[in-house]
Each structure stands twice: as C-alpha cells, then as structure tokens.
Design a binder for this molecule. Sequence first.
Ligand code: NOJ
Length: 551
Amino acid sequence: MQRLWWHDAVIYHVYPRSFLDTDGDGVGDLPGVRRRLPYLARLGVDALWLSPFFASPMADFGYDVRDHTAVDPLFGDLDDFDELLDAAHGHGLRVLIDYVPNHTSDQHRWFQDSRADPHGPRRDWYVWRDPAPGGAPPNNWITLFGDSAWTWDDATRQYYLHSFLPSMPDLDWRNPAVQDAMFDVARFWLDRGVDGFRVDCAPLIAKDPALRDNPPSAAGSSAHHRSMGGFDDQIHLHDQGHPDLHPRYRDVRALLDSYGKPGDRVALGEVHEYDWPAWSRYFGRDLDELHLPINFGLLGVTWQPQAIGGTIRAILDAVPAGATVTWVMGSHDDPRVASRVGPSQAANAMLLLLTLPGTAILYNGDELGMPDAAVPPDRIRDPWGLRTPALSRDHARSPMPWSSHSDSPSAGFTPTGVEPWLPITIPPGGTVQAQEADRTSPLSFTRDLLALRRTTAALRRGTIAFLDAPDGVLAYTRSDGSEADLLITLNLTDLPVPIDRLLSQRPPRERLLSTARTADAGRGADPTVLAPGEGVVWSAETRGQTDRQDG
Ligand code: NOJ
C-alpha cells in the first residue's frame, strides 16, 4: 500500500485564542501562530490543525460561524491566513482547519434569511417544524445542557432545531442546496491550499428524516461525553448518525480527492461514538469516507494497564483493514491529560500517544505537561461554563506560557501590560523558554520522542502486540519486520517495578528513551527495574543482532 503523509502523522492542535497574541487584545491570533511555526517545526510535528478563526459572534468561540469565508478581526484577516499557510508549508508543516457543517451562528446570513421568511428560498436550509399538539417542541431531542434542542420563533410561529446553543441553529443537510453551499465553503479553503479539514461533530449531519423521539437509556448512552441534565438519559439514536451520512461523507472524500493527488487532502472527523464497530463505519465500507475518524477512547480510560490495553485492542479490532487509526489524549473540550492522569504520569500519557500505530493529535500545551487551569468563577469565559459552570472548558484553554521574564506577567502570551483573556497557568516544568533549556522537561521529552518516532520505522508503521507484564505495567511491542520488536513499557504505579522477565533477551535491550530524565530516577542501580512512573522505549531485539552475538 502506498504510504501517505497522514498514515503516521503527528497533528498539533492549535487553539488560536490561546496560542500567541500579537496585536494586544488579550486573545491569540493568526500572526501569533505564524510567529511560533519555528517552535512547531523544532518540536517535530507534521501538521497543525487550527480551531475556528472564522467571522463569528463568539457565542461558542468560533464554532458559531457567521461567515465561513472571512477571518474574524480578532484573529486577523485573510492575508494573515494566507501568510500563515505559506509559512507553514515552508516549514514542511501541513495545515488542517476546522470545518463546521452541522450548524452556523444565528447571525449567519443564511439563518437570517431563513428566519425572516417562512416562504423564502432559505427557509428549508435549517430545520423548522410546527409545534407538537399543545404547543410543545416537535420531539424530545435535547442539547448537552439538558434542555430542548428546539427554540420557538415567535415571529414565524415555528420551532427551529439546534444541537447546541439556541444561537447555533442546525443546518438541514437533507436539502441539497445546503450541501452545495457547504461544499463551496470547503472549496474556498482548498483553493487557498489547506491540506484538509477537521470535521466538527461529524455524526450530526444526518438525523432521522421523520424526527422520531430518542428512546430512553437506562445506563447512559454516551458515558464519555460531558453533558448535563438528561442528555445521557437518552439513546441518541435519531438525532445523529443516520446512515444517510455515508453518501455525504463519500462526497466529501471525492471533493478532497479532486484536489492534488488523491489522498493528499485529508478529513479528520470528530466522532464521539464509543461503540467501536459503529465508530468504524465513518471510514466508509470501501474506506471512501472520512480518512481519519478520531477515536476518543483514551480520554475517558481508567489509567490502569488492563483498561488501557483493552480499550486500545477493542479500537484496533474495529479498524477496517487498510485504515489508519487516530489517537487523542487532550482537546479544547476536555480536562487536561496531565490533570486526568496526574503529573507523575503525564509523560507516560505522551509516550503512549506517540507510540501507538497510526496518527496522533497533540493538543497545544500538553507537550509542556500543562495541567488544568484554576479559573476563578469571575474569570469564566466559556459560554458553556457561563451557562452551566460544571461544563466550563476554560481550564483546558489557558494561554501558552512562552517566556519567563519577570516583566511579562502574561508569560509572553500577550504584549507586555496586556491582560490575557484567561488567566496564565505555568506548568510545573515551567514556561516554554524554561523547558527548552531543561533536558529533563516535558517539552524536551516530547521533542526527543517525536525525533525517535520520526527515525524509527517500527514506531511509525509497525504492528503492535501487547505482552503479559507485572502488575501496574503496560507493555507492548512495535515491529515492522525488518526492525523487529521495539519494546515499550509504562509503569503506571508510583513504585519501582522489576521487569527483568520482559527483558530477558540477548543482547539485553537498552533504554532508547525514558520518561525518567534524571540519573537519580528512583530505580536504583538495576537497569531492569522501572522507576516509579517510568515509561521506556527499549531498543529492538532483532534476529540479526542475536545471530551476530551467537556467531
Ligand atoms: C465540538 C467542538 O470541539 C466544540 O468546541 C464545540 O463547542 C462543539 N463541537 C459545537 O460546535
């Protein structure tokens, strides 16, 4: 099979609001991303994905798009985007952007037209319905916030559908004009040279045509999705994931393939589906739909070897032959991985993310070991959090702390004297500047790991096999035939663990890379002991070496 760039890429997820503010409004911007491209190139990632920077009233920080083909002035303008894209390509970095097909802002021209005239040509670009008898909403669908997904429009005496905030009405993809218009949006950005899209809420663009009620769920149907109220009390059978989405994603794939060589442009898909066989349908039966449906399995997993190994195996078992699996450990929507697994395991989480087969998405700041930010109630900015404090995602969005100068309380995120939109959090390992100078920092570790991945075929494309290991240790090999069986061991406990049985080959394996960056890591003199919390990539045991030794 021909190898394409995204088959084993590391995609760095930039949340532009929080990356670097160059114009002094307290919010990051596109020129800020451009200025930090050398940082990303040095880190050793292959691509970046930018969360939305489109014109928006910012009711959901850009996921509520007012104009798909304009840059919001907060982030710069189209020239800034073109310059960023060119410069990224100059550094050998691909650029993916967010694509939000399910909804727009209520301030989008399309919705304003739709709302204004019940008989106008854009009415049926969105989902309008008469009330149920007695005036109730047309069905029982609800948002993540636990309230009805329908809002009454008094002027035109109908309800409209919104899967998220009332100010984010859902488009109706059953209307071919909507698909045409959204494909024009995709062409606009592909023509500018983007390398692909991350499709927001991919399952949502096909819903039950009859808008039937969702059935109740005893156990909670989406255990990993953070939500409030009754969202998890329904099985989301009819408000997403209708089989009609397959022809739509086949069309998306064909559109992408019409640019450059087929397979050059790629679609990542946000797919919050935890039933892995159902999740795997997003690849398409002939692998002709989304290239890279993201699996969120590692975000909710219990940090324990059996649970992690079981989740990874279940996902890999569901991946169709020839497809590429995509892993994430963090996002702008979820608690930070360093806080989920704890500071002493954060490097292991990075090691796991970057040594699994396939593609990985690295969320900005996770390379620094960034923990959840403490955001006082009066500094909450996430509209979800302002509505429902428990749903706030601000803790995962704190600005990148670039420099350590005492004259920059914003750690170089904003120009001096400008207050950042969210409070600055300095991770335990320090700012980027401090971590660059420290061989033991999370940043140095991530960089070394990315370099090892780049130069080691087995890590990039080898098969994976899990091994029996002592309690508390996750162990697996990666092998690509020629460069056989690299071993990875993660000590998920805070005690030293001997793993001599796993290492009893000739010649003995050596540590190629360890999360324990200091000589005194707490393992004592025995190299076959894993230090507390230590993760290691061990050198390969190849037949060639053994033969040489024997001879
Ligand atoms: C998923 C995005 O990641 C999230 O930030 C956003 O609020 C929703 N989709 C709605 O677009």
